[in-house]
Design a protein around this ligand. Structure first.
Ligand code: SAH
Length: 479
């Protein structure tokens, strides 16, 4: 057998993955210590009837079994105990006792797993992601349980917690669907929309009644499903700083409309067949005006598409989401905002900067170096004087003016300042100095990279050991 694409013989598994039916059937755990407890807990994810058998049973095991509606037999296991059992777990420390219990299970014809004794196991236990009735089982076939758990964590993050509810709802619609939809094409289209469209959205939002109504509408030829826009925060750039909700919506969107600041890796997380539209928004090269973007969102959603409007950081922080929401509202298009990690917070995290600090900084201001008129207007000078930390967005090219205005307003030139370029990304750089040095930022930082400036006494408490000086130390020329 060889792989058609590569001509290589694929590696074969030593196990065959399958799911045992255990609902209502006894599953026996022989042993009463913490290994037994782990198995009891795992079995608690299923509808198995848990039976723990051991002369000595720890209190925690007793408690777990009784909570799960199982039974504890305080004695050594006998062959009769295994009668009709679906599976047996042997959690015994003593080698001989374990081997004897395994032999007993085999004699009774019940598949057995012996904890930490792979050579005695008929089956192995996978890492489980439970979204009943959906189950994902992961196994490294004993070679790397830590890796298996790591993979499980990633899958956990990928699958919405309400996925099971969606599967159950689908089940309720299966018979009717088979009757109403005749062609296989129609069926495929229906289920594709069911699992990624408005029905799934409602289920994931916990609105089951609405989901059911939506599914019924879809089934009754409601192909004119209205469009929707999600204004989604993509975070500062690191892919794993995206929220789980943003990740899910990216998977569901028909169209992704994104700014230039959103890294390709995030945009790439969308569905493979989703349309991607870049609307520029790089400073100095506005490839689409805000009015054009508003119109684009309205027309896409108006045509029934499900649109993710992906913005760097948080959409409501200097993201012009206000204008987009107003345009959508005016056009009667439904939308939702999904928050993201804003640049100030990401930059602070990178350098351990306490944005608020008892006795030092009691408020935090999100400010901009640019406003509508393109000028710097540090109207916020007063709050910095009063002990706020100020995060300045879009401040690189106007750094000198910002500094001059703040100093003019009475702020000390020695006030600590840090500028973080490409916060959270691989190529992050921090520049540290004082307010009097800030003008040097315009030359120090790269023109195309986003930079966030933080001004205030709290900056002095950050870890700036890896930061570059804003002003390169002047070389002392010997006389
Ligand atoms: N909505 C965004 C801000 C958009 S305005 C947010 O919440 O973060 C664009 C400005 O954001 C940039 O000029 C820069 O000041 C800041 N910015 C965005 N991403 C950044 C990053 N990864 N590192 C540093 N600054 C960033």
């Amino acid at each position: 057998m060889s792989d058609i694409a590569t001509g290589r013989t694929p590696e074969r598994l030593t196990v065959f993955p399958a799911f045992h039916k255990v609902a209502g059937r006894p599953v026996v755990v022989i042993g009463g210590d913490d290994e037994a407890l782990a198995k009891v807990r795992l079995l608690g994810e299923t509808e198995a009837r848990i039976v723990v058998i051991a002369s000595e049973v720890e209190a925690e095991v007793e408690e777990a079994v009784s909570r799960l509606g199982g039974e504890v037999r305080h004695r050594a296991a006998t062959a009769a105990d295994l009668d009709g059992a679906a599976l047996v777990f042997v959690a015994l420390e003593d080698d001989d006792e374990a081997a004897a219990a395994v032999a007993m299970a085999r004699a009774a014809g019940v598949p057995v797993n012996a904890v930490d004794r792979p050579e005695l196991c008929d089956f192995i236990v996978p890492a489980l992601v439970n979204r009943a009735p959906i189950a994902v089982a992961i196994s490294s076939t004993g070679t790397g349980p830590v890796l298996a758990r790591h993979i499980r964590a990633r899958i956990e993050a990928m699958l919405p917690t309400q996925l099971g509810a969606l599967a159950r709802l689908a089940d309720q619609f299966r018979a009717t669907t088979a009757r109403v939809l005749t062609s296989s094409d129609e069926k495929r289209r229906f289920w594709a929309r069911f699992f990624s469209g408005a029905v799934a959205d409602r289920v994931y939002a916990g609105r089951l009644d609405e989901a059911r109504a939506e599914a019924a509408r879809l089934l009754n030829g409601g192909s004119n499903e209205p469009g929707f826009v999600w204004l989604v925060g993509a975070g500062p750039g690191a892919v794993d700083l995206l929220t789980l909700r943003a990740q899910r919506l990216l998977q569901e969107a028909d169209v992704i409309v994104h700014d230039r600041l959103v890294p390709d890796a995030v945009v790439a997380m969308g569905r493979r067949d989703a349309e991607r539209i870049s609307v520029g928004k790089a400073k100095g090269c506005h490839s689409a005006t805000q009015a054009e973007i508003n119109d684009l969102l309205v027309s896409l959603a108006g045509a029934g598409r499900r649109v993710v409007r992906l913005k760097a950081g948080d959409p409501l922080v200097f993201g012009r989401a206000g204008e987009e929401m107003a345009a959508l509202k005016a056009a009667g298009i439904a939308f939702e905002v999904v928050p993201g990690i804003t640049a100030a917070v990401a930059a602070a995290a990178s350098i351990g900067l306490p944005l608020t600090l008892r006795g030092v900084a009691s408020s935090l201001v999100f400010a901009t170096g640019h406003d509508r008129d393109g000028e710097t207007l540090p109207g916020w000078a007063g709050v910095v004087l009063a002990g706020a930390t100020v995060a300045v967005y879009m401040g690189r090219s106007v750094a000198a003016k910002v500094a001059a205005r703040l100093i003019e307003a009475g702020l000390a030139g020695t006030t600590p300042v840090v500028a973080v370029e490409n916060a959270s990304r691989d190529d992050e750089v921090a520049y540290a100095g004082s307010l009097a040095d800030l003008s040097a930022l315009t030359d120090a930082a790269r023109e195309t990279a986003p930079v966030l400036i933080v001004i205030g006494e709290a900056v002095g408490h950050a870890d700036l050991s890896a930061a570059r000086p804003l002003v390169r130390a002047r070389r002392v020329v010997a006389a």
